[in-house]
Design a protein around this ligand. Structure first.
Ligand SMILES: [Zn+2]
Length: 143
């Protein structure tokens, strides 16, 4: 069975995501794109998120890719919001109901090759850009 959310064959996306996270945590060359891996995966798998959480992850992708903000800058920005109690929404959902109904994407995490960190970082970036481009076209109401 293919993944009902990103369309990856045999539902291999979760396994691949877990393998990539291990790579990223053990090798800094791979870890350089960790922020993109997580945000792109989350945007494609909206059942893990609340509606506000999905919008938050899409905004993150946009900030990384379109506005070129660094992960450190965004971490600080988000931390300030959380610390000041300004973030009033939950990101993760336990209902398992997808926020968006898109089930086919041009690229999935399975398109990313990982034989060396250079190829890997390029692959993750290309996948993340493709996800953002398609996610930008999804209309969803802000709460
Ligand atoms: Zn998937």
């Amino acid at each position: 069975m293919n993944c009902p959310e990103c369309g990856a064959r045999n539902h291999q996306c979760k396994t691949r995501f877990d393998e990539f996270l291990v790579l990223e945590f053990t090798d800094a060359g791979y870890g350089a794109v960790h922020h993109l891996t997580v945000a792109a995966y989350m945007v494609q798998h909206s059942s893990k998120l609340t509606r506000e959480g999905w919008l938050f992850e899409r905004d993150l992708l946009r900030e990384f890719l379109a506005e070129n903000k660094s992960p450190a800058y965004i971490r600080k920005q988000n931390k300030d919001v959380v610390d000041s109690g300004k973030r009033t929404f939950k990101i993760k959902s336990k209902t398992g109901v997808p926020v968006i109904n898109k089930t086919t994407w041009k690229k999935t995490i399975l398109d990313v090759r990982s034989e060396n960190s250079e190829v890997y970082c390029e692959g993750i970036s290309a996948w993340a850009r493709s996800v953002l481009e398609e996610a930008e076209a999804i209309e969803i109401e802000r709460g």
